[in-house]
Write a protein that binds this ligand. Structure first.
Ligand SMILES: Cc1cc2nc3c(=O)[nH]c(=O)nc-3n(C[C@H](O)[C@H](O)[C@H](O)COP(=O)(O)OP(=O)(O)OC[C@H]3O[C@@H](n4cnc5c(N)ncnc54)[C@H](O)[C@@H]3O)c2cc1C
Length: 441
């Protein structure tokens, strides 16, 4: 049997507010024996659990084993900003717009994923963690307003609905007069990411086996595959890799995946007095009009979550020192936007992994006989992970449909530039883009 060994493992650090504010989960169930299944899924993020959900729909009698190196919700799936974005959101642009034809195709397939997520929210009773509220784009100064207008123009061409917001409208919604303009994009959802992903895993446990703290060290190939973990193994004819950027640590798509990190801080709960001082809507979610700017969520429990800064970390890891340093950037962004909340402290601070490719293409499809990948989500895994997880299950059971063909037409990740040019180029590009974002950061 040939063997593929994993060379690196996820090491997300403690501190994610979305996870910490939820009740303590049940103790993790580890894989401690050798079992047989029809399917092995590696990864319990959006892609892995959506693939599991789709398999339970398409093959209700099959045995599905899902393995994760960490507890459910501990990885990026539980630590993101929770925007499930169905309209264009090209991070490697100045205004989120991609090509017109390609964006129309993205929107169409994205909406099948929103429907899929809406249905599973209904099935598992996850409404408190999911709302079809769209999102606000907030612009500051001329740079932000230019990006905003360019994107509105793109939405006009795509025939997408939105509502333009004046500076006064922005203050009415958010309570701050920091924004010079904005718009409300009507479609898409906002989720409590850790609540959604843990709720989905809990709902699935009656139909599939989920093993946490069970890193896959090795995949043995053959007609039957074996996923080997420290204390057991699962044998099955088919494997779905839903590990996002960790795919290259198994030797797949080597030197084609870019490992980027982004960072967030969450305040303590605002007091009633502070809520009154702030004003605005009880809950809202805002992405910056400039792709390198700061996103903000105000949660229904009156906490404010600030996400900012992208860093290129080719090792696929961050550190406590980097999280602390960039936490100061979030604190400054918070103070600039909410001077009336100068007594409010940050209670949680964290960072997490994004996987991007140079040409924004996913790592998707059958990558070895019987081994499938739904990875490299371009920092948009809430939507794209859901979509690629659903589609990879369809592909792996032999379906052929229009959504699958469309997704496959997005191509595969291009080769990265040789080192040291790649790292130097990526770091310089990010430095310059953050500088250009100005007050939107
Ligand atoms: C701060 C922050 C904000 C973000 N905001 C947004 C947002 O608003 N909207 C959006 O769409 N995206 C956002 N993202 C990105 C989004 O979180 C990711 O794109 C998404 O989580 C990817 O989903 P996934 O299922 O493909 O992978 P992941 O969620 O990364 O799941 C992969 C899983 O694989 C497991 N794994 C890896 N290697 C192994 C192994 N060897 N054995 C077993 N298990 C393994 C990991 O532990 C992990 O749980 C954000 C990310 C961060 C960090």
């Amino acid at each position: 049997m040939n063997s593929i060994k994993a060379l690196k493992f996820p090491k997300d650090l403690k501190g994610c507010g979305w996870y910490e504010i939820l009740p303590e989960p049940n103790p993790p169930q580890e894989l401690v024996s050798d079992i047989k299944a029809d399917w092995i899924i590696i990864g319990t993020g959006f892609a892995g659990l959506s693939a599991a959900q789709r398999l339970t729909q398409l093959r209700p009698n099959d045995r599905v084993a899902v393995l994760d190196a960490q507890p459910v919700g501990w990885g990026a799936a539980g630590r993101n900003s929770g925007f499930m974005i169905d309209i264009p959101h090209e991070l490697q642009s100045n205004d989120y717009a991609g090509g017109l034809e390609k964006d129309l195709e993205h929107i169409r397939v994205n909406r099948t994923a929103v429907k899929f997520a809406t249905d599973l929210v209904e099935e598992y009773g996850l409404q408190e963690h999911f709302s079809l509220s769209g999102k606000i784009h907030g612009a500051v100064d001329q740079v932000g307003m230019e990006s905003l207008h360019a994107f509105e123009h793109h939405l006009d061409n795509l025939g997408e609905a939105y509502t333009s917001l004046s500076a006064a409208d922005m203050k009415r919604v958010t309570g701050t007069d920091y924004y010079t303009g904005g718009m409300h994009a009507h479609s898409g959802a906002q989720i409590q990411p850790a609540g959604y992903i843990r709720g989905l895993a809990k709902g699935l446990t009656s139909k599939v086996d989920i093993f946490e703290n069970s890193p896959v060290l090795e995949i043995k190939q053959g007609a039957t595959k074996e996923a080997v973990t420290p204390h057991g193994k699962v044998s099955a004819p088919k494997v779905i890799m839903a590990v996002n950027g960790k795919l290259d640590s198994f030797g797949f798509f080597k030197r084609r995946l870019m490992h980027v990190y982004t960072f967030a801080s969450m305040t303590r709960q605002l007091s009633e007095n502070e809520q009154a001082l702030l004003g605005g809507d009880p809950a809202w979610g805002l992405v910056s009009a400039h792709p390198m700017g700061t996103s903000i969520r105000k949660t229904a429990e009156s906490r404010i979550v600030v996400r900012s800064v992208f860093t290129y970390n080719p090792t696929g890891e961050t550190s406590a020192a980097q999280i602390t340093r960039l936490g100061r950037v979030q604190k400054r962004a918070f103070q600039a936007r909410f001077p009336m909340l100068d007594q409010v402290t940050m209670e949680h601070r964290w960072g997490g992994h994004l996987c991007l490719s140079l040409n924004s293409a996913p790592a998707f499809g059958e990558i070895e006989p019987g081994i499938y990948a739904a990875c490299c989500q371009q920092g948009l895994g809430v939507m794209q992970g859901t979509l690629s997880g659903k589609l990879i299950a369809e592909l792996a059971i032999g379906q052929d449909n229009e959504d699958l063909r469309t997704y496959q037409s997005f191509g595969e990740p291009k080769k990265l530039y040789p080192e040291p040019f790649m790292t130097l180029g990526a770091k310089t590009h990010l430095w310059w883009s953050h500088l250009r974002a100005g007050k939107n950061l």
